[in-house]
Ligand binder design. Sequence first.
Ligand SMILES: *Cc1c(COP(=O)(O)O)cnc(C)c1O
Length: 613
Amino acid sequence: MTNDYGLSLWGDSNFIVDGGKICLNNDFKPAIIDIVKDIRDDGYRGPLLLRFPHLIKKQIVQVYSNFERAKKEFGYSGTFNAVYPLKVNQYPGFVENLVKLGSPYGYGLEAGSKAELLLAMAYNNYDAPITVNGFKDKELINLGFIAAEMGHNITLTIEGLNELKAIISTSKERFAPKPNIGLRIRLHSSGTGVWAKSGGINSKFGLTSTELIEAVNLLKDNGLIEQFTMIHFHIGSQINEIHPLKKALIEAGNIYAELRKMGASNLQAINLGGGLAIEYSQFKEHPSRNYTLKEYANDVVYLLKTIANQKNEIEPNIFIESGRYIAANHAVLVAPVLELFSQEYAEEKLVLKKKNPPLIDELYDLYTTIKPSNAIEYLHDSIAHMESVLTLFDLGYVDLQDRSNSEVLVHLVMKKAISLLGNKQNYAELLKIQEEVQERYLVNFSMFQSLPDFWGLGQNFPVMPLDRLDERPTLSASIWDITCDSDGEISFDANKNPLFLHDIDVEKEEYFLGFFLVGAYQEVLGMKHNLFTHPTEATIYLKDNGKYEIKNILESQSIMDILEDLDYDIHAIRDTLNERIENSNLVDEKQKKHILGELYLFLNDNGYLKTIG
Ligand SMILES: *Cc1c(COP(=O)(O)O)cnc(C)c1O
């Protein structure tokens, strides 16, 4: 692997390596590590989530311009429209920028719950569409009517007939204007991947053909057929192959035409949902999608045009609800490395005796005579020797000092092997060693909070160091987070997807890892495992003069706020701590005051580690 960590695959030209650092790819190439240092200079520690609004803008522009281009190319007469599904990232640091940047395009919002709909009603650009998906009760439907009455261009998409019945009864109670109605269709062509339950005949959502016919009749009978404007499907997120989408489009196109022929004369739009995939992979052997946005747009426009023409119907307006594609690349998580585990095994830690057990002498011999030609063999021997020493220890034949010496020596052999091979042209040999030994990097972040999809779905995110990219990394790494959970590890298969990092001394120098494409789903799915909360965030605006501006720094929640969120009575906690200090054996009032002050400082600070990271 070269030192660009697959950037040319997943980076989409957003970043560039310059002077050994990963930088934003604009004229002035600010290095991410310099931005991080600026923020840390103000005293912030722990993991940092950086937001880049210029990347949100880039995705919005790409989506609209690709569809406009495809429409032109195929002479398509329907309009193109997009809404952003709030569930992908509801944080204000993202949404506020998105709404502002999307306003010239009439970019709207999609809501899947009452809370999200209220958010959409407050934030959406007035002329832009709102779509509402997901299960609805009478209240949510009422809220949809209120949005329409307020002047929003809103479409309530029905997941089942009982929702339609609730709309019909609500409609009799409310005022004009009324919301538009969409019907979610259940496709026989199914979705792909882990999200298959979103589409397909056994899908959790949508109306069967029988129900669609019944729905149209209900709408007609109740004078609401004019409100029926859209059909909708969503076959899943991160659709990695284009084929299922094409099948879904053909099916949906035909349903659209059939419903129009049944008298749904205001039905004008097909909403494709989300699912547009992004490339997460750092290895060209394992791409995470087999198509581009350009191909996606072409297929959508071409297929819908073909079907509409065949069936002699008007070409439908196209709606998409892509979330991941819009949000993922705007956020980068930066986390400081706290420790390399093998660094506990420095040569100074070796305390050899005058007379050592023979195995220890042999281990020492391996360490002093290892050379490139025998490195792998000696490594194997040393591991075997250490295992024997551990067995002898269990049997009581060697002491703790011997055991410690064997552990130190094996690590020294390992390190020497790596440096012998890393400095020569024996990279293939080095890889073989790395299959057996991985350096564990302890990193100041919580995987459960910041990369929950890695834990839940095995989703890999691109990861790389922010600097030293002009030095060859020599250590095959696995990443440990600071939760006490043994699941809090990101391991890398040394054959399939190794991560090589640098051999650094964290006592002397700082080393930061960047996790990329974390802007979709990760923030709100993040869990407070061990009470680690959303990291400190900052928004980075690129200015015309080439400088960047760091704004909206929001520090990670204080311990007091975390406890309050869990409904602890924070005053009672403070009183109890106070009381326990009062009732302790301390006699000096000044000491008591001092300790109490220290506790208050902790309560007002966040819980991430500070020492180095
Ligand atoms: C989740 C969801 C989306 C967004 O999907 P992405 O894969 O993030 O583009 C769009 N529409 C509906 C109905 C959804 O449930």
